[in-house]
Design a protein around this ligand. Structure first.
Ligand code: HEC
Length: 187
């Protein structure tokens, strides 16, 4: 009898410890997502380019979904440079054209076909750190005005938090144009 009671107490203790540990890890995961949201919406201001606008306001149905697939985009040319025009932007503020070519803010939602659904954390952190497409050595550089030089200085914890948050947002199907080189051809 005595022995059974002892076994019972040990089992209760172990189960209790497992529950306590898992609650803690759920809490720290949600803290991380909260921090990621804070970084995306305040200091990182990712929506400034990645959430297209309708007029002056963000189109929240397209939250972080990138340049709308069916929207037009401006094209810069050399004579504009001589007039002191450095960069053009679409009315949604999500497509940009300059001497570098034409870039389109990408879809950061977890949609599998058109967003970051198939990306890994390594690809995301790699892209932010190296400024190369998908963080792969030998890939094309990520074009302006994506502020890669600044984001590259974030620490791992912050980049992981941003990634954790991006995985929780609503997936939006929006196929963003691939970037164009200065001659208007795919990069
Ligand atoms: C000033 C505008 C701007 C801001 C602010 C901005 N981005 Fe971007 N971002 C872009 C543009 C434009 C591209 C597309 C560049 C290209 O295709 O080369 C891009 C591309 C990306 C990509 C794809 C990189 C790749 O490997 O192809 C990721 C991921 C990304 N941005 C994440 C973020 C995150 C996270 C934030 C906020 C912390 C952010 N961006 C803020 C403009 C911006």
């Amino acid at each position: 009898m005595h022995r059974n009671l002892l076994i019972f107490c040990v089992v209760v203790l172990i189960v209790g410890a497992i529950i306590a540990l898992s609650i803690r890890s759920v809490e720290s995961q949600s803290d991380m997502v909260q921090r990621g949201k804070y970084l995306v919406e305040t200091v990182g201001a990712c929506g400034h380019c990645h959430t297209p606008r309708t007029g002056a306001d963000y189109n929240m149905d397209m939250y972080l979904a990138g340049h709308p697939a069916n929207a037009g985009y401006p094209r810069h040319n050399f004579s504009m440079m001589q007039q002191g025009i450095f960069i053009l932007t679409s009315p949604q503020m999500s497509a940009f054209s300059g001497a570098f070519g034409t870039s389109f803010a990408t879809n950061l939602t977890p949609d599998k076909e058109t967003g970051l659904g198939e990306w890994t954390e390594e690809m995301f952190i790699g892209a932010m750190r190296t400024g190369l497409h998908q963080g792969v050595e030998g890939n094309r550089p990520i074009l302006p005005p994506m502020p890669v030089k600044h984001y590259a200085q974030m620490n791992d914890e912050d980049l992981k938090a941003i990634w954790a948050y991006l995985k929780t947002i609503k997936p939006v199907k929006n196929e963003v144009n691939p970037p164009l080189n200065p001659r208007g051809r795919p990069y």
